[in-house]
Design a protein around this ligand. Sequence first.
Ligand SMILES: [Zn+2]
Length: 176
Amino acid sequence: MSDPRVPGEGSVIELPCGETVRFGDLDLGMREYQCDCGDAHAVVMDVHPPERFLPDFLVEVLREAIDTTSEEMREFGTPHLMGIVMEEFPEAVVAEDASEDADVGYALVWVADFDARRLHEVVVELVIELMEHAVSHGEDEGALREFEGMMHEFDVSAFVDQYRDERDLDAEDPYA
Ligand SMILES: [Zn+2]
């Protein structure tokens, strides 16, 4: 957890690019932070639902398939997705605990070196890998071939574009 603290504005997060941002500068509806370094960095909070990145049915599948043994987050959700991203890109994502800054409204925040769209692609790619891994360790070879066939046709970039367009139209979900 980062110090120094600035009274009233919370702790400072050191970003992968070397710039810093205060907890209080990130609000709940923010998907991307326009940084002083000139880049936009994806911002994700624990209060954002995993449906920000994945369709409902896939979130359901993951909830059932993934054994979440962690005491703090039993149900598969955004923290797990970001955990997977951080495992793959440890240098590109920072995670901060904001739970002591009670007034910011979120307990965990992740800021990525890449922008929100790229992060979305990364999440989808990693989830597909995860599922492929799960299917390939199953007994059912037919299911594996079927899944690989499905994924062969699957265009991550096109999916992300379409998903983001649809989410933008969905006013009920400000975090998408
Ligand atoms: Zn930056």
